[in-house]
Design a protein around this ligand. Structure first.
Ligand code: GDP
Length: 138
């Protein structure tokens, strides 16, 4: 089923100037770009986006990292988009991610892992609304 998901090219990948490589890989994987924004997240936006993790010990550090520089946010569409993006991204910990995955190729560690991808269709819908409120994509 054709489906939408949300990705974020995180501040580490932007500092490493690999956002073009990441977007090209996503296009090569058959994702269609439906929405695209570059922004520097405010603390309140990063806190809101990662609210499910607010009790975790790494939450303050995660918010600091996600607000440390600009990010690129994209709404992507493809067959089985949520699961396919998770596969292309690789596991959370970049040091354990296979080399052919985005995190294996462009991430550094468990926190600085280059990309975000929604983990369920429900979360994808909420995350797309979070960054593209009211958008009616073509
Ligand atoms: P994801 O779905 O693979 O992105 O992983 P999670 O939803 O579990 O975590 C969200 C983000 O928090 C990850 O992508 C990392 O940037 C960061 N993160 C997750 N686990 C850890 C951790 O143990 N330590 C630190 N410092 N950051 C973490």
């Amino acid at each position: 089923m054709r489906q939408r998901t949300l990705t974020i090219i995180k501040p580490d990948a932007m500092r490493n100037r690999v956002e073009g490589h990441i977007l090209q890989r996503l296009l090569d994987e058959g994702f269609e770009l439906k929405g695209l924004r570059m922004l520097h997240l405010a603390e309140s936006q990063a806190e809101g986006f990662y609210a499910v993790h607010r009790e975790r010990s790494f939450y303050p550090e995660l918010v600091r990292f996600m607000t440390s520089g600009p990010v690129i946010v994209a709404c992507l569409e493809r067959e089985d988009a949520v699961a396919h993006l998770r596969k292309v991204m690789g596991p959370t910990d970049s040091t354990k991610a296979p080399q052919q995955t985005l995190r294996g190729q462009f991430g550094t560690n468990i926190q600085e892992n280059a990309v975000h991808g929604s983990d369920s269709p429900e979360n994808a819908a909420n995350e797309i609304k979070f960054f593209f409120p009211g958008a009616k994509f073509d």
